[in-house]
Design a protein around this ligand. Sequence first.
Ligand SMILES: *Cc1c(COP(=O)(O)O)cnc(C)c1O
Length: 353
Amino acid sequence: MPISRFFNQALRTITPYTPGEQPAGAQSWIKLNTNESLFAPSPRVQLALRGGAVDNLRLYSDPACAAFLAKLADTYGVRQTQVFAGNGSDEVLAFAFLAFCEAGAAFADITYGFYPVFARLFGVSAQTIPLRADFSLAAEDYAACPQTVFIANPNAPTGLALGLTAVEAFLRQNTNRLVVVDEAYVDFGTQSAVCLLEKYDNLLVVGTFSKSRSLAGGRLGYAIGSEALIADLNTVKFSFNPYNVNRLTLLAGEAVLDDAPYFEACRAAVIETRGACSAALQALGFTLTDSRANFIFAAPPAPLSGEAYQRRLRERGILVRWFDAPRIQNYVRITIGTHAQMQTLLAVTREML
Ligand SMILES: *Cc1c(COP(=O)(O)O)cnc(C)c1O
């Protein structure tokens, strides 16, 4: 990559986040590499975006995101002053790194790859705390950490989830330390920490509409926390981009929240397919984590390496994600697709073995 002579010295050595491949002609691939939803958004989104919605694009979006946030607050049983909307949860997380990490940030060695990038971008000192050998996350390992703690729950790419008691252990450990719980995958099999907000003001829950609500391309994320934390996020947002969520996406987000039955059906289908596909891979000798997300994290049986498995699937038109990182090099992350897509994956895998 060329670097201009104008680029800030401080940023010259940054390693940006590497998104999963988004191939041209996505239709011709079985795309199981970026944890998108296999379902289209609720049909209500189509209706919401007809007609006047497009004409109104001449107007700025609502900087308060009021109509959307009213519905979001309702959905989660919190006050409207406790919710915040962002251009994807990546933006919300970026604002959290910018706003709340004077003492640094602490997070696992194996977790969402954007945390170290945000830390680097905003000059936040980062401490990585290794997961245990079985990839589990233990609050005791953070006892001496004064930094803001970032937890993905369920974790990515392992899929492992913490129960509420385990999340609470982080909050209780040091009530003067903020804990950010990134719940991108929470709807696929673990409990949200939102109910702990009544008891703890050192908790910020971050979520996204990209996975369980089928709006990855719409870019819609949120934070739920104390009134004061949300006010701080708004201070950052209004110092950066008051119109951070566009009009069409706000309408889409409302429409999605209006269709709870559709949401429930989609996530139930993903959970069911995950179970069936996990069992089939296990039967083929794969090592799997107990994923509570919309993906499977699996290591093929020797001598097939994770990298070779990913490469050979790609040759057959199936995209999965492999991470060139210590401890997880044997694994690939496979997004849950349709039943038919998973059957193809299994058939190709059987042939390979
Ligand atoms: C996908 C993902 C996000 C980002 O989601 P967007 O809302 O699309 O920006 C955040 N955290 C984790 C752990 C994710 O996997």
